[in-house]
Design a binder for this molecule. Sequence first.
Ligand code: BTN
Length: 260
Amino acid sequence: MASGELTPGAVQLNLPTRYVGQVIHYYETLTSTQEEALRLARQGAPEGCVIIADEQTAGRGRFDRSWVAPKGQSILLSLVLRPELSTLVKLNMVASLAVVRAIRRSTGIQCQIKWPNDVLYQGKKLCGILIDTYFSGEHVDFSIVGLGLNVNVDVEREKDVPSHAVSLSGVLGRKVPRLLVLHCLLEEMELYYEAVKAQDPIHEGWRRYVETIGKPIRATMGERVEEGIAEGVDEDGNLLLRRNDGHLITLSFGQVTLRS
Ligand code: BTN
């Protein structure tokens, strides 16, 4: 089953969440679930509202990259959240930890996190996360957590999918039911989001999966480039980088590459 597998009726059957995924807008094709989520959030879509597409014609990644996924083989979704500022800074942790836990529960696959929020399997990318946040002055209006997870993508055959990608089916050597993964994902999202709202510490649990720690890295933040050893993370999920000159600096975002 491909198209139609993730329609609201199917997804919401026995979905044990209070609000994440209790409102779903499903589309066969969209430009980008992020753009549709933005439109709906501006119209007052409730926290937990999920936008799902089987195909995107202009999927967006981080750093203005595109996100390419063949129709009906991935989970492509955007989740509308309305966090306080103190919760907002932890959304990277919430989303990546939820993805890792959902994959583990639904398939048994043990993934790693490349700081800040790429989900990898043996160094190859399984899932990308893009968080767009909109403010009114100092106040957070809403965040849109976008997530592209390669479930049954045949990365060898799909020429437009980057060569550093991997899919759940590629790891297991069999098709994986997208609905099962999505169910676990919505449940884990609510669980970790609620934990952060209740000020429960999740960074220790998250940190265990961050494979970047202890490695020599280069971090690029626009024009700024920093190099050193990734020494650890703080409780908001920021990266602590020991620069080559000995200074310890804190990075809240950036693109990381491992140095040999
Ligand atoms: C990354 O660059 O790693 C983040 C990729 C995020 C892709 C997802 S797919 C669903 C949602 N809609 C988009 O246009 N982008 C995100």
